[in-house]
Design a protein around this ligand. Structure first.
Ligand code: NAI
Ligand code: MG
Length: 520
């Protein structure tokens, strides 16, 4: 596996990028982004605090950016409130859609620059980064079309009354995003929020803030009024927590770990604000003996190792029917063993993990699995980090028991745990035994079985004979500890609307202002 450093000079590469990715300044050789983006202007943090983003392919510092203070979060929320009450709030819905389309066009025009920026910050292969940026443009386009179609209904209460609903924007929405698909995750929540008429404050992950800052610049250029798209960079426990618990926001959308999701949800709950929480998973792919084996193997390779396994809906558990388990594993391990790793600009199959912290987390899981007596079919616990990129070889292992740590906890790396089963009931028992409920999949030639299992699997999404099926139109989200609320599609829009019911007494008849059946 290539473990070369991507670019001793990733920072230089960053400085060479054109607008909207170019840093605000260079200090020594460090590109610096004045990255609190409030009211259409970039500024350093009020208290001068700064963080650094690291190039995952080399372990070297990539860029500096500001760490938002309480005052910065206040200013961003206030700017969003003013914009909501002002110019943005009075814009006709079709104009909001038009601005989103203009922003989508800008993303397409700058796709190479954005992809390069995302690759440098996350470490992901350049063609994957490019695909992500095309997804961002599609997300903006999809939601642009919805802006002027958010219709209410008229409610039949009889001839004395006229009653109707209006879908109002929820208000100022906070968006706390993770580092695995930085701009994709930001776009998938701000696009419906903006289409619905909300104004936004985004707190990107501290590992990968750069593409979100580029988007904010592009939104200004596209003509979004000041204060509609604000970005406060910073870490989670300080900046993120202040935003999630800010009394001036009307809702929060979060994607990330279960643990942080609990704390974001609790902060929103204290203020009685709604939250959308898209959290982790340990997602089972179930392969039956009647499945198209070659196709199932390919699907498992994609599902498990896409984005180096750093995907909340990755196929991280493989459940194999006993009769085909050996055959499946020999093909799967052979395919996984051939995956090429390297720095993003070489467009490998696998990039590095995003950060040293993530490297240590994956290393910890695999070391513990070895101690627990797991059988490694491929890979081994990675060595202690001694500088360089955060590369981890794919690992395929059979856990020592169903209750071992590696069998039950999300790893978020190129790591697959394997289980064997006999019959549907046992497969379901293994699949549903964890507290997670994000995604699940079934490979089988039987449509009856596929549908039976779809209904019984604890998951917000079920894929049949494939993995990662869907797109901007298809809702995604979890049940159980994987969170609540749905993103993407029409479902994703609902969270950014609040329904107002307006009842009119038409002034004739008996003069009652509520219907006879109505208790309230
Ligand atoms: P995290 O959930 O702590 O971070 C995600 C986002 O939340 C970041 O923007 C972070 O700054 C922010 N954040 C952290 N603590 C916060 C707090 N107290 N209040 C408000 N915002 C806060 O995830 P982390 O630590 O980067 O990764 C840990 C694990 O989380 C991973 O190993 C993986 O299992 C899971 N994860 C899941 C993701 C998903 O797509 N569902 C994405 C990223 C991580
Ligand atoms: Mg964390």
């Amino acid at each position: 596996m290539a473990e070369s450093s991507s670019s001793p000079n990733a920072s230089t590469r960053l400085c060479g990028l054109p607008w909207p990715a170019r840093p605000d300044r260079v200090e020594g050789s460090l590109p610096v982004y004045d990255s609190i983006w409030i009211d259409g202007c970039a500024a350093a943090a009020s208290d001068g605090e700064r963080l650094e983003s690291v190039d995952p392919a080399s372990g070297n510092v990539l860029a500096g950016f500001s760490a938002g203070s309480a005052e910065d979060v206040d200013r961003a929320v206030n700017a969003a409130r003013l914009a909501l009450a002002g110019s943005w709030g009075s814009l006709p819905p079709a104009r909001r859609g038009g601005l989103l389309l203009d922003l989508a066009d800008a993303c397409r025009r700058h796709v190479d620059t954005l992809a390069e920026l995302e690759m440098l910050d996350t470490g992901k292969p350049i063609s994957a980064a490019r695909g992500d940026m095309e997804g961002v443009a599609s997300t903006l386009t999809y939601n642009a079309g919805a802006a002027d179609k958010l219709e209410g209904i008229s409610v039949p209460l009889g001839r004395e009354f006229f009653d109707f609903t209006e879908a109002e924007p929820l208000g100022v929405t906070a968006h706390i995003t993770p580092w695995n698909f930085p701009l994709g995750m930001a776009a998938r929540s701000i696009a419906p929020a903006l289409a619905a008429g909300c104004t936004t404050v985004i707190k990107p992950a501290e590992q990968t803030p750069l593409s979100t800052l580029a988007l904010a610049r592009m939104a200004k250029e596209a003509g979004f009024p000041e204060g509609v798209v604000n970005v406060v960079t910073g870490d989670g426990p300080r900046t993120g927590a202040m935003l999630a618990g800010h009394p001036g926001i009307d809702g929060v959308t979060f994607t990330g770990s279960v643990e942080t999701g609990r704390s974001v949800g609790a902060a929103a709950g204290r203020n009685l604000r709604p939250a959308v929480l898209e959290l982790g998973g340990k997602n089972p792919m179930i392969v039956f003996a009647d499945a198209d084996l070659e196709h199932a193997v390919e699907s498992a390779v994609e599902g498990a190792f896409d984005n180096c396994g750093q995907v909340c809906s990755s196929a991280s558990r493989l459940l194999l029917e006993q009769a085909i388990a050996e055959e499946f594993l020999s093909r799967f391990v052979e395919r996984a063993g051939r995956l090429r790793a390297g720095p993003g600009h070489e467009d490998p199959d696998l990039g590095p993990l995003v950060s040293r912290e993530q490297y240590e987390r994956v290393r910890g899981h695999l070391s513990l699995a070895a101690e627990e007596g797991a059988h490694f079919l491929l890979g081994e616990p990675p060595a202690e980090w001694e500088g360089g990129g955060f590369f981890v070889h794919p690992a395929v292992l059979e856990p020592a028991s169903l209750d071992s740590q590696v069998a039950t906890k999300e790893t978020f790396g190129p790591v697959v745990t394997v289980y064997r089963f006999r019959g549907e009931d046992e497969a379901l028992k293994i699949a549903n035994r964890l507290p997670y409920g994000l995604a699940a999949g079934v490979h089988t030639a039987s449509i009856d079985r596929a549908l039976r299992l779809s209904r019984r699997l604890d998951a917000g999404t079920v894929w049949i004979n494939g993995w990662f099926i869907g797109g901007v139109q298809a809702p995604t989200g979890g049940i159980k500890d994987s969170g609540f609320g749905r993103e993407r599609g029409q479902e994703g829009l609902r969270h950014y609307l609040r329904i107002k019911n307006i009842g009119i007494h038409l002034g004739f008849g008996n003069g009652r202002t509520f219907s006879a059946e109505d208790g309230g």
